[in-house]
Structures are given as C-alpha cells and as structure tokens.
Design a binder for this molecule. Structure first.
Ligand SMILES: Cc1ncc(COP(=O)(O)O)c(C=O)c1O
Length: 375
C-alpha cells in the first residue's frame, strides 16, 4: 500500500535511545529509558503515578484486577470499541455489560447507561474515547459513577493528548490506560501505560503487574526479591521498547501531535457535504487529536461502501472498517443495552482512511476525488 492508515515515525532520537539501551547491557524491565518515559508521560498528562506495560490489553486487565474485578462482577463496556475492552473483562471471569454509544462522538450513550446501571448494578465502567475524539458525556458519566459507587477505567488509547474541559484525557477515571502499539498516537511496536493518582492503588497495580512480587526500587533485603503474594502477571515493558517510548513522548507535543491535528483538519475540509461527513463531531469544550479519520457515507448502503473500499485498496490506499459492534461478537457471554443501533450503522456506512502524519493536502484531495466517482 502506498498510503497507510498509520505508520511509525522513527527519527534519530529513537535510534539513539535504542542504541544506548543496547550499549547499557540492560534489556529487561525498569530500564533507565523506560523510567524516563514514565516520568515524562506522567508530567505531560499531570497524573502522578504511571507504569509502562506490554500492551493496552494488559493495561486494561491489570486495571480490572487491581480494582478487584472477578467472577460474578459486572463491567460496563461501550459497544463501539476494540475487542480488548471486552476480552479483558472475560479474562477476569466477570460479565461484560455492553452499552450502546451515542451518534455524535461515539462515546457511551447516557440514557442507555442509566438503564444498564439500574438493571445490572455494575462494579466497574470502561469509558473509551474513540478515534481521538473525547466522549461527549464524560462529565455526566464521571458523576454517575460517583453516585453509584462504580469504579471507572478511562481508556484513552486512541486519544493521547486530547482534552475535555481543559483537562487532559486520562484524568477522569480511577485508572487511566493507554495503548502505545505501533499505530497509536505514539507507538513502540507493542506496549501500553497504566495511570492513577491514587498511591495505594498504584502500589497494588505495580505489584500485580510484576508477578505480585516486591516491586522495583524496593529496599527489601535481597532474600525477599523472589517472594510473591499470589497470582500476578509479568506485564512490564522491556527496555528497548521503553527507549522507543521515551523518544516518542519527547517528540510528541512539538512534532507528532501538531501533524495529526493538521491532517484531521484537512479531512474536515474535504469531507463535509451532503454526501459524506466526518463520522464524529467533537463537542466544543473538548480538544480532539484525530488519531484516525473516519468518514461516513450519508446516502450509501453497506454494499456500495464495500465497493468503494476495495476500489481504494486497489489504488494502494489502505482502508479500515469501523469496529465490529461488540454485541455482534458471539464469543462473549455478555448483556447488551441499546435503544438505537448506532454501532452497526457506523460499521456499515463508514470507512477509516489513511491518517498517517506523512500525508499531504494533495493526497487527501486525491482520496476525495477517487471516492466522488461512486457518489
Ligand atoms: C480503545 C483501545 N483500547 C485498547 C486497545 C488494546 O491495545 P493493545 O493493542 O496495545 O493491546 C486498543 C487497540 O489497540 C484500543 O483501540
């Protein structure tokens, strides 16, 4: 493919830090560059505690476990998101309660959520900001969670750097999680980060994520090093990937993020008329980061949209479908609450187009004129 959905942007800084990790002789967890990365991303987001882990999926699982999620518990997940959100719930033996999303930003629908809370009394809720667009009902969802004593995991894997009411995403839940796999806002191949402001909770996360053993920096005597309090996970990020992550976060604000925003604005310019719109419409008090640019065909059915997709792929333009609505995945034992089938409509009538930072205005204009042949 000539035009990719997203691709890693590797500069001499990434190469320098990887080389310095190789030369340091330390490739495993808690490497110097990984610690620097953790410090920098924490400072950027203004969330005091964080730990780099091996994937976004691992971060969700660890978040759920550290909040005590287990068999018999119910966890709310939005219908339009990555399968990892539901999969991690299943991994804990808990029951996923899938709630439909609203049409404007593809965040959780508030009315459906109220019904789900009343009916299922969930212990935990996962709030997801989709494709770089902060969820419209963030403030109300935080309030509802407080009122009903529900713990919140805020998943901003697709929206690093985004803001809601002048606060960076990641600050709204008891725990924040962010994937940093290759195609995300910053990417290291496979990786994730888990955040919290609560020291006690962080200590639990850190211990559980490192085999439930005494964590790094511990001043315990040497003979306690291999002690473990029980079930735990080997989830920490190795040093080579932590080195890539350090370079990516150092380049994020000045280089990577402004380019993403510029491309998002160009898509808005060329895909906004009676036939096609940008799928999401961020609310005024939020700042989106345009991780992926999804377009919505207002007048076409799914057969026609699929024809356009294969035509674009033949021209070397990578396209992606929307997320499979989770309530359509038969492999999970879940419950669903939804008054309007928004996720299915988006899945059928939208396409994700190349969103990588090397695109030019001419490229985006070209995508539009190729699509025009079908309208
Ligand atoms: C919203 C969201 N959460 C979690 C994940 C899972 O992260 P990872 O692929 O790093 O396991 C993804 C996708 O990668 C995602 O888009």
């Amino acid at each position: 493919m000539k035009y990719l959905i997203n691709s890693p942007d590797i500069s001499s800084l990434e190469k320098k830090y990887v080389l310095n990790a190789l030369n340091s002789g330390w490739l495993s967890i808690n490497g110097k560059n990984t610690k620097e990365f953790e410090k920098k991303i924490s400072k950027f987001l203004r969330i005091k505690y964080c730990m780099a882990v091996q994937s976004g999926t691992a971060a969700i699982h660890l978040a759920l476990k550290s909040l005590g999620c287990s068999v018999g518990h119910k966890v709310i997940v939005p219908n339009y998101t990555c399968v990892s959100n539901i999969s991690a719930v299943a991994q804990c033996g808990a029951t996923p309660i899938i709630v439909e999303v609203e049409r404007q930003t593809l965040g959780i629908n508030l009315e459906d959520l109220k019904k789900a809370i009343k009916k299922f009394k969930p212990k935990i809720l996962q709030l997801v900001h989709v494709y770089g667009c902060p969820a419209k009902n963030t403030k109300e969802i935080v309030k509802l969670c407080k009122k009903h004593n529900i713990k919140m995991i805020e998943d901003f894997s697709e929206s690093l750097g985004g803001e809601f009411d002048n606060k960076k995403l990641g600050n709204f839940g008891d725990i924040g999680i962010c994937s940093i796999r290759s195609e995300k806002m910053i990417g290291v191949g496979e990786g994730g980060v888990i955040f919290t402001k609560n020291k006690k909770l962080f200590n639990k996360i850190r211990k559980l994520g490192s085999r439930n053993s005494p964590f790094r920096g511990s001043r315990d005597p040497y003979w306690k090093k291999y002690f473990s309090s029980g079930e735990g996970y080997n989830y920490l990020l190795p040093h080579l990937l932590g080195s890539l992550a350090r370079a990516q976060i150092e380049r994020f604000q000045k280089k990577l993020l402004p380019k993403k925003i510029m491309i998002g604005k160009l898509y808005k310019k060329y895909f906004n008329d009676e036939n096609i719109s940008i799928t999401q419409n961020p609310i005024k008090s939020s700042k989106p980061v345009y991780w992926l640019n999804s377009i919505y065909f207002k007048k076409l059915n799914k057969t026609k949209v699929r024809k356009i997709a294969s035509f674009l792929e033949k021209k070397g333009i990578e396209v992606r479908s929307g997320f499979w609505p989770l309530n359509n995945l038969s492999g999970f034992r879940s419950k669903y609450v939804g008054s309007k089938k928004v996720s299915m409509d988006i899945f059928d009538k939208s396409l994700v187009l190349p969103s990588n930072i090397n695109l030019t205005e001419a490229d985006i204009k070209k995508f539009r004129s190729l699509i025009n042949k079908f309208l």
